[in-house]
Design a protein around this ligand. Structure first.
Ligand code: B12
Ligand code: SF4
Length: 520
């Protein structure tokens, strides 16, 4: 049996997908011939995707030549896909789709509709809004939840009524057949297989360096309930969704990647790495220590302590990303359902700033009911934390299935039909809120200037606010904040001893020129 995995991705979101690797492994174990078509390297702009995000301060700039990748024009996607389908001649198509990639999923399905090849659309979007997915004429069958056991059963029963596999929903005679869910998979049972990807696709820039990187999960799900996030849906669908791999599985998996892909970096995609027993964190870090590879993880600031950070240092943790999201404590607690005080953040930041692990912060701008003052509370929080060396600034996108989207719809800030696409991701906020809440142009402006307000002395804030073109400030930021400190590794030695703006003042930049900007 021939199966084509289709990954309609946002341009230049270069991390190879774990779901693709899991499905490759399952399909090969069932003797299927398997291939992939993905749209990652179709882009008309070098600055697309992560490159674009790097401009907002979410990462350091890098170029295509750093990555060793070639781009194809986006108008070739459909032709290339049609070619691929006609030469490979698959019996089954598997699409993995998030909300921002629905558009391309539909485009690709449309282009081969006349061939009537069976397909399944799975992923975060069908999990969060299955009815919406099936409301599109191009989509016939979706995977309602986890894919492993569904795919395995579909392949086993493909000659029979494969659509009646548990876990699938499909259209029949104008209505939707909803099979029961499958039980949750044992995540220790599968060794993901990334071999369908061209080796160049593993190159990933992290912390200013491009290195061959492998991504993997050590657990699945998240114990928290942040209202802007899609992860809680999985727990609402099955209260046992949160599962952690055994330590022996983690060790075997890393060894497998080392033997087969020779990675120089590990990208741990767990939703919140430290949300697990401390004993296990220490055990995991000891395993990671054995491989002597630098690694990255995402987690929550309130979960760090001295012992944990020491274990992570010992395990060669290279970088941690913390989502602090919003500086207003009340809003964070009551609307985002993040029950943590600013005082606890300061306390944890102190501990963090005494460790040697570099870290970045993620914030969101353009939340429902957010005012300009609230954004500056977030700036203040970031400035107080001090020791970060990168800020990821995201504009709030109200994804289907999240509580905060419903909040925005109920308040009249968003049509209930809104669907995110890459346009919103790159272009700005879809919310329309009355004053004094943030306006769309303010959200765009603040998202670009957030890193500058966080970095420069408050005496420059008026100049930053008035500047239409911030390239002068951006250049200083790039040169001093990123290049000089972060990349040279000096950041931790120097910057943590000072207030963030002291760096700007103490560097030999022509600070007086900044005053001239007030007339722009
Ligand atoms: C790692 C990660 C990234 C990485 C790597 C993405 C990648 N290529 O894998 C990077 C940083 C590049 C990234 C980028 C983005 N991400 Co992201 N990312 C994640 C994260 C943390 C883990 C994804 C993962 O690999 N999980 C493990 C795999 C095994 O799970 P899975 O993909 O869901 O697949 C399972 C099921 O969904 C199902 N399934 C999936 N596909 C299919 C297909 C078939 C046929 C079947 C049968 C089943 C099936 O079976 C799989 C196994 O059980 C998730 C959060 C999360 N916990 O899911 C967010 C998440 C997927 N990302 C999200 C977003 C918003 C983005 C970006 C748009 C961010 C941005 N602003 O630029 C881009 C979009 C790019 C893209 N195409 O995904 C949102 C999606 C929201 C939405 N509704 O669309 C999530 C859910 C975060 C969140 N908590 O809200 N992301
Ligand atoms: S901690 Fe992270 S992954 Fe978990 S619910 Fe909150 S934002 Fe989502």
């Amino acid at each position: 049996m021939k199966v084509l995995i289709v990954y309609p991705n946002l341009p230049m979101m270069i991390t190879p997908a774990t779901s693709v690797a899991i499905f490759t492994s399952i399909l090969k174990s069932k003797d299927c011939t398997v291939d992939i078509f993905e749209t990652t390297l179709y882009s008309d702009h070098e600055n697309a995707g992560m490159l674009y995000k790097s401009k907002l301060g979410g990462g350091r700039g890098y170029s295509l030549s750093d990555l060793g990748m070639d781009l194809q024009p986006t108008n070739m996607i459909v032709d290339d896909f049609v070619d691929k389908v006609s030469t490979f001649n698959p019996d089954l198509l598997l699409f993995s789709t998030v909300e921002d990639t629905l558009g391309d999923t539909l485009l690709l399905l449309d282009s081969i509709a006349h061939l009537s090849i069976p397909h399944i659309v799975g992923g975060v979007l069908p999990i969060n809004d299955p009815h919406f997915c099936l409301s599109h004429s191009q989509i016939d069958t979706i995977c309602r939840f986890e894919g492993e056991l569904v795919l395995s059963t579909v392949i086993d029963n493909f000659e029979d009524n494969w659509k009646d596999t548990d876990g699938l929903w499909y259209k029949k005679d104008g209505s939707i057949v909803k099979n029961d869910n499958q039980p949750l998979v044992n995540i220790n049972d599968i060794l993901p297989d990334y071999s369908l990807y061209n080796p160049v696709r593993f190159n990933r820039p992290i912390g200013g360096k491009v290195r061959p990187t492998i991504q993997f999960e050590t657990y699945r799900g998240c114990p928290y309930s942040c209202t802007f996030c899609n992860s809680p849906t999985t727990r609402y669908l099955d209260k046992n969704y949160l599962r952690r791999k055994t330590m022996s599985q983690v060790k075997q998996e890393i060894q497998h990647y080392v033997d087969n892909f020779n990675p120089e970096y590990l990208f741990i995609i767990d939703d919140s790495f430290l949300a697990r027993p401390k004993k296990e964190i220490i055990e995991l870090c000891n395993i990671l220590h054995e491989f002597k590879l630098p690694w990255w993880c995402n987690t929550r600031l309130e979960n760090v302590d001295k012992e944990i950070l020491a274990a992570m240092e010992h395990g060669y943790c290279d970088r941690i990303q913390f989502g602090i999201e919003c500086g207003s404590e009340d809003y964070r607690r009551e609307v985002l359902l993040r029950n943590v005080s600013n005082d606890l953040y300061y306390e944890k930041a102190d501990i963090l700033n005494n460790s040697s692990i570099p870290y970045g912060l993620n914030v969101i701008i353009g939340l429902p009911d957010e005012t300009r003052e609230m954004v500056f509370e977030t700036v203040d929080l970031v400035r107080s934390i001090q020791g970060y060396d990168g800020i990821g600034v995201s504009i709030f996108i109200p994804y289907r299935g999240t509580l905060l989207r419903q909040y925005a719809v109920d308040k009249g800030y968003l049509p209930s039909t809104f669907t995110s696409g890459s346009g919103y991701l790159l272009g700005g906020s879809p919310l329309v809120m009355p004053k004094p809440y943030l306006q769309r142009d303010e959200i765009n402006d603040l998202s670009k200037k957030f890193k500058l307000y966080s970095y420069f002395d408050k005496m420059y804030w008026d100049d930053i606010t008035e500047a239409i073109d911030t390239s002068y400030f951006d250049d200083i930021y790039e040169n001093n904040f990123y290049t000089k400190y972060a990349i040279s590794g000096e950041l931790h030695k120097k910057r943590r001893k000072q207030s963030p703006w002291a760096c700007a003042a103490s560097d030999s930049v022509d600070i007086h020129n900044l005053f001239a900007l007030s007339s722009i």
